[in-house]
Design a protein around this ligand. Structure first.
Ligand code: NAD
Length: 400
């Protein structure tokens, strides 16, 4: 591997810009083990605009491609940072892996469980990195709360939690970024798999693996979606769900969400243990991203800032550098750094395919349960592929 990893940005939409911001922070901090040499998007305009952004941010102008296959053929990069709609994670990822490239793939790392297995097969036994772009657990807030719950037992033994957010938000589904998120064949599901992949990862990161999933969901929006690659049709993904998650540890979680709640908004995010509770400071599906306040049994309150200060003081110099390289706390920069370090040092990434499969297994277990009218589903059965009735049509559609 050359000193600097040659990177390709594949998919030049919304999230790619945050990844580029992460690479810029790394370069500013003096980290020079990467260079962005390619950008690929089916939209030539988006690809060229993103090449401009990269040139401005990093001083290097990447070569522009409009097809992943052409980009792989050109051997312009050693590794791909894949920021595509879910349906193309595996197609682009497999093409890159076959071309000998390492891949960092946005969540949920493939449109179905099988799609992730196809990526693993494409890697075979070669020393290629497949990393998941899951940034939430890398923010200082989630790192602090995971430490506080598991190393410090600040709430005692965790028992149950509830995360219910109902609001009325308009999603303009005529915009490409919302249109592909409206169809099962392109998104794999709706927000439960999209932003919900972060929630699913974070609650399992803190409370351990989920065992059983029970879920009901509804599609309330009837907008007609018109996109290439799929037939014109109304929205067919969930925009309301209510779920119960039972963890191996015995913790029980309730998770409900909708953006079609007329009238009054509801937002409850509380995590309870034998000795106290944590009140999450933010309501999007990124648990603890802005920290959580501790309320002990008896009423004593510990603001999040105190927990964070204690957590930071507990880290050795080596840990601090591994978790917040160069003192950087931007989670996108940290995930990009972790990917490049995994490649150059030949080590595992912090969030690899096992972590991605565990996170998406819980999401898909909830879909499988809803597909069975709310029957309880074993998360392990979904992870191993034993139960896949909800996902089968997607796998058939894409030949996965
Ligand atoms: N980590 C996060 O917080 C976060 C936030 C938003 C999105 N995401 C993830 O990032 C990924 C992309 O989401 P987004 O919001 O950037 O989407 P987007 O719609 O903004 O961008 C997708 C881009 O991919 C391009 N594209 C589509 N098909 C292509 C193909 N076959 N080949 C090349 N280019 C193609 C589109 O032209 C578009 O520019 C998804 O996996 C999504 O879940 C993650």
């Amino acid at each position: 591997m050359p000193d600097a990893v040659r990177l390709a940005i594949v998919g030049a939409g919304g999230i790619a810009q945050l990844h580029i911001g992460g690479y810029e922070k790394l370069r500013t901090a003096g980290y020079d083990r990467f260079v962005i040499t390619a950008v690929c998007d089916v939209s030539a305009d988006s690809a060229h605009q993103t090449a401009d952004t990269i040139e401005e941010a990093l001083g290097e102008r990447p070569r522009v491609f409009e097809s992943v296959e052409e980009m792989v053929e050109a051997e312009e990069a050693d590794a791909a940072d894949i920021c595509l709609p879910h349906a193309y994670h595996h197609t682009a990822g497999i093409a890159c892996l076959h071309g000998g490239m390492h891949v960092l793939i946005e969540k949920p790392v493939g449109i179905t469980i099988e799609a992730t297995h196809r990526l693993l097969e494409a890697r075979g036994d070669r020393d290629l990195i497949i990393a998941g772009a899951e940034q939430v657990r890398r923010y200082i807030g989630p790192r602090t709360i995971e430490w506080a719950v598991n190393s410090q037992q600040v709430i005692g033994t965790p028992r149950f939690f509830t995360q219910e957010v109902f609001s009325k938000n308009h999603m303009d589904r005529s915009e490409y970024k919302w249109a592909w998120r409206s169809l099962k064949m392109l998104g794999g599901g709706g927000m439960l798999l999209d932003a919900g992949a972060h929630f699913s990862d974070m609650v399992q990161h803190v409370f351990g693996p989920a065992k059983t999933a029970i879920c009901m969901m509804r599609t309330l929006d009837e907008t007609i979606i018109n996109l290439p690659d799929v037939e014109q049709q109304p929205v067919d993904v969930e925009d309301y769900w209510t779920a119960t998650i039972i963890f191996d540890s015995g913790v029980i979680g309730h998770w409900a969400w909708s953006q079609h709640a007329a009238g009054r908004k509801l937002s409850t995010r509380m995590y309870y243990g034998t000795d106290g509770s944590l009140a999450d400071r933010q309501e999007w599906m990124h648990p603890f991203q802005h920290g959580a306040d501790l309320i002990l049994d008896g009423g004593c309150e510990v603001p999040y800032e105190e927990l964070e200060a204690q957590y930071l003081a507990s880290l050795s110099e080596e840990e601090a550098h591994r978790l917040f390289p160069y003192g950087i706390t931007d989670a996108f920069a940290i995930e990009c750094w972790d990917f490049v370090e995994a490649i150059t040092r030949g080590r595992e990434p912090e969030f690899g395919t096992e972590e991605a499969l565990q996170a998406k297994a819980l999401c898909f277990a909830l879909y499988e349960s809803a597909h069975l009218d709310g029957q309880p589903v074993a998360v392990e059965d979904v992870k191993t592929g034993k139960l896949s009735s909800y996902q089968d049509p997607i796998n058939e559609y894409w030949g996965i």
